[in-house]
Write a protein that binds this ligand. Structure first.
Ligand code: NAI
Length: 219
């Protein structure tokens, strides 16, 4: 059998993996050693067949009559998600959103280590969030190289995001977690994950409308 990491796994499955990882982590914490796809299905409110189909991608995790070995599955999914090693990150833009993210201490529990916070506004110099000082942008290049920084979180206005992303690429950043509402133009070897809370809210709004429509029809 080929190793899990060598298989091509669809993006749809990859998008669902963090949720499996979270549930399995919670099961582990509560001392559960194995779980059937039916039990996992009830907890996650996903059909058992979807779970079997998704986890079959990783061949051999489940056993007939035994279910899934929680620790094994958790570890393997963690490997697929690249979580065995820590990822150092910096936040660019220490405004409302940048500060909120910097204050979130749970990133470290998942292996995402906040190394630095940067901003262009000199009045923010000297401020610290969770003991990480806000630095000015002229230090960024050297800092990224010296601290083995892999990921940059962009929480700056969209008007400057493209230009700053270019500087980050030149500094050797490997990935950008982009909150600015603009598409970045970066080389293929730099990975971008866009996050749009508004899009999530629009999906919520759609589901509210759909629910209301369905319940009107039921009357
Ligand atoms: P903010 O105005 O509070 O903070 C922006 C910070 O970026 C400021 O501290 C400013 O000095 C700094 N900045 C400006 N130009 C810079 C540059 N060239 N280099 C370094 N730092 C620079 O704004 P807020 O509310 O924190 O939002 C930040 C960004 O995140 C905006 O683009 C906003 O649209 C976006 N946003 C995205 C969300 C999402 O779901 N994707 C949710 C909320 C905000």
């Amino acid at each position: 059998m080929r190793k899990v990491e060598e298989r091509e796994i669809s993006q749809a499955v990859i998008r669902r993996l963090p949720r499996y990882y979270r549930y399995l982590g919670e099961l582990l914490e509560s001392g559960v050693e194995r779980i059937s796809s039916n039990d996992l299905s009830k907890r996650m409110k996903v059909t058992a067949s979807q779970i079997r189909q998704d986890l079959n991608n990783f061949g051999g995790f489940g056993q007939q009559g035994y279910g899934y070995n929680v620790k094994y599955l958790y570890t393997e999914i963690g490997k697929i998600l690249g979580l065995e090693n820590d990822h150092n990150f910096v936040i660019i833009g220490a405004g409302n959103l940048g500060q909120a993210l910097a204050n979130y201490s749970n990133f470290e529990n998942r292996g995402f280590v906040l190394k630095g916070i940067f901003d262009a506004n000199p009045t923010l110099k000297g401020m610290s969030i969770r003991n990480v000082p806000v630095r000015m942008m002229d230090e960024l290049n050297d800092f990224i190289r010296a601290n083995d920084v892999e990921i940059a979180v962009l929480t700056i206005p969209k008007s400057v995001a493209i230009e700053v992303a270019k500087d980050l690429v030149d500094a050797g950043i490997k990935a950008i977690w982009n909150f600015a509402h603009v598409d970045l133009n970066v080389p293929d070897n730099v990975i971008v994950e866009n996050v749009h809370l508004i899009e999530s809210l629009m999906r919520l709004s759609y589901n509210i409308s759909r629910y209301n429509e369905e319940h009107k029809l039921d009357k």
